[in-house]
Design a protein around this ligand. Structure first.
Ligand SMILES: [Zn+2]
Length: 190
């Protein structure tokens, strides 16, 4: 694949894409960065490409952990990125689930991926041009809202990526999704 036009922002999934997917990760000490990702965040910052993290956190609705736990993990990730002289510009998360245990979070929402709410919020907050953004994740649901908005999309083979790749042909967008081994590989495309 040749070089692509530099994106203005990367809208990136969290668990399985930036850090190892540790099934309903709830505390900062469970954070395990996927190899090469922190170094990639440093390069993205040098290239002035914003990194925005968009993540489904249905563990809140399921009663596994409160919203504060999600914020604590995100804050630690932000500090880790800064310690590596990279940056995460912002985090957006969906705490909902249609079949939750905590009433206030149990609903069909507009933000749980593959719904586009988190993407629309990030785009609005930063006045982004979606056609100049990339969506990156280990599940098709991390990519499809971005593709619908005109983004380029990359499926990583970390997290659930290998399994998801098997369903790639069923996606309406299969032709538009580029499979990469892991997030750092996108640096080579810029
Ligand atoms: Zn939601």
């Amino acid at each position: 694949m040749g070089k692509l036009v530099k994106p203005e922002a990367i809208l990136c999934d969290r668990d399985g894409t930036l850090i190892q997917d540790c099934h309903f990760l709830r505390t900062p000490d469970q954070i395990e960065w996927i190899p090469g990702v922190l170094a990639a965040l440093k390069i993205l910052k040098e290239l002035q490409i914003k990194v925005l993290v968009l993540t489904n956190q249905s563990g809140v609705a399921r009663g596994y952990f409160p919203e504060e736990a999600v914020n604590a993990v995100n804050d630690k990730m932000r500090r880790d990125a800064e310690a590596a002289t990279g940056a995460i510009a912002d985090f957006y998360f969906c705490p909902h689930h249609p079949q939750g245990q905590v009433i206030q979070y149990t609903c069909v929402c507009e933000c749980r991926k593959p719904s586009p709410g988190l993407f629309l919020q990030a785009i609005a907050d930063r006045s982004l041009d979606p056609t100049r953004c990339w969506a990156i994740g280990d599940r098709l649901r991390d990519l499809e809202p971005g593709l619908q908005l005109g983004m380029k999309a990359f499926l990583v083979k970390t997290g659930y990526g290998i399994q998801e790749q098997q369903d790639l042909s069923k996606s309406l967008f299969s032709e538009q999704i580029t499979v990469v081994s892991s997030l750092p590989e996108i640096i080579d495309l810029i």
